[in-house]
Design a protein around this ligand. Structure first.
Ligand SMILES: [Zn+2]
Length: 449
């Protein structure tokens, strides 16, 4: 069935080499001055606060840029000959920052930003000759604008992808070019359409055991076609524990305070992605756009703590370990779903309190905690191969028997087995996954046999 194409945007990172890195730095500084200018200008004009970003940009330009008639403006931009698209990119960043400040002002009163350290975004007109191996950027050398050719190192861009405005990011060791890449999915029939077409679905359940996830593939009549367990949870916890022990040891040797279990809890509640100068609230998402908020540094204190930690490298190990397993498990799940001709992946949806409670009680470095990331990756990877992911409320899926529908009467937590009123028994997570799949079919009006 024909349906409109959907797309996703991910940020690719390429290493950038050029003859004059200092020009890139100059360009960035200039950019941030303009960000600051428009940030202040918007905040000083409450009449514009309610406008959408596009309109606000237009109004701010009216206030700061003389028109064709050369009439003086109220708040002239204090620099001359700034390329239009350079100015607009910076103005948009300033507007986004100001809007974000206004939105948070009541809940989190704080000072206005005094300085910006955003990465310069290069709109069209500010770059040319852009391929996966090179780009020519328009840069400010302190006196004038120049075209500078830069080499790029990294993965090639996908063939039919669309490249959006790149930004130059000064990372710890290297200069990187961050490129939002827009890709079009192959099959974006809606879930409803897919149900009408009787596509197979795969429902997943995540566990805190050796099994990261269990999946049950059902056809449109609710007949099970396949079952799969994705293991490695124990190995993952073990490897995390090894690193955590090293951290503990290193902290002890450095004379960090030990307060028994409370210090352990603190350590375990470390954010699971030490963010070297990047910002936690956005950069986990595949969508691009985080750089607009960078000035705010809501996690600045966390940043400092992280980078000051002598065992930063161990935290990075943990982060990479988590990433590695989440990628591996999610890739395996999606591959399996492709093999099984699955059109819809069903994830269990829990209410927030429950999730928080369960996550807390199972710890930060266990298989279940990783499920948050696995789910994100599954959704994204599935989408890329034309499989849609939906969430269905998990309420009740563990308390009934998927074979007969009668209540589960007992659960053997050690063996992870359930027994129902009729005497059926089996893996309790698989039972939940099966119920979740059926629940989804029923919600879409299917008669489940
Ligand atoms: Zn039963």
């Amino acid at each position: 069935m024909a349906s409109k194409q959907g797309y996703s945007i991910t940020t690719r990172r390429l290493r950038l080499c050029c003859r004059h890195p200092e020009w890139l730095k100059q360009t960035e500084e200039f950019y941030n001055q303009i960000v600051q200018f428009y940030y202040n200008l918007l905040l000083e004009n409450p009449g514009l606060w309610e406008l959408g970003s596009q309109k606000a940009l237009r109004e701010l330009e009216v206030l700061s840029i003389p028109g064709r008639d050369k009439r003086p403006v109220a708040f002239p931009l204090p620099w001359e000959k700034v390329p239009l698209y350079f100015r607009r990119a910076a103005a948009n960043a300033g507007i986004a920052a100001a809007k974000s400040y206004l939105a948070r002002r009541e809940a989190f009163p704080g000072r206005r930003a005094q300085a910006f350290h955003s990465s310069a975004v290069f709109y069209k007109g500010m770059y040319r000759g852009f391929t996966s191996t090179e780009i020519t950027l328009r840069v400010w050398d302190g006196d004038c604008w120049k075209w500078m050719r830069c080499r790029l190192y990294g993965k090639e861009f996908p063939d039919d992808a669309q490249l959006l405005s790149p930004s130059v990011v000064f990372e710890e060791k290297f200069i990187m070019l961050h490129v939002p890449v827009k890709e079009f999915g192959s099959d974006t029939a809606t879930v409803k359409q897919r149900m009408v077409e009787n596509r197979n679905l795969c429902s997943l359940q995540f566990t805190n055991t050796d099994v990261f996830a269990v999946g049950s593939v059902l056809d449109a009549q609710g007949q099970e076609l396949a079952v799969k367990f994705w293991g490695g949870g124990k190995e993952y916890s073990h490897r995390c524990r090894e690193i955590l022990e090293k951290i503990e040891k290193s902290e002890r040797s450095l004379g960090y305070e030990q307060c028994g279990s409370s210090s352990k809890r603190e350590r375990l509640s470390q954010p699971d992605k030490p963010n070297q100068g990047r910002y936690l609230d956005q950069d986990d998402k595949p969508e691009q756009g985080g750089h607009l908020d960078q000035h705010e540094k809501p996690n600045q204190s966390a940043d400092l703590n992280q980078s000051d930690r002598p065992n930063q490298k161990y935290w990075m190990h943990l982060k990479h370990l988590a990433d590695f397993y989440a990628h591996q498990v999610s890739a395996e799940i999606v591959r399996f779903c492709q093999e099984q001709k699955v059109g819809v992946i069903v994830l269990p949806k829990f209410n927030e309190n429950y999730t928080r409670y369960v996550m807390k009680s199972t710890g930060n470095w266990g298989p279940l905690h990783l499920s948050t990331r696995i789910r994100q990756y599954v959704a994204y990877k599935a989408w890329k191969v034309g499989i849609i992911t939906i969430e269905v409320h998990a309420a009740g899926i563990s308390s009934i028997c998927a074979v007969c529908g009668k209540p589960v009467t007992s659960i053997d937590k050690k063996a992870n087995e359930f027994i129902c009123a009729d005497g059926h028994r089996g893996n309790r997570y698989l039972n939940s996954a099966r119920n979740l799949g059926r629940k989804c079919l029923i919600q879409f009006g299917k008669h489940v046999g």
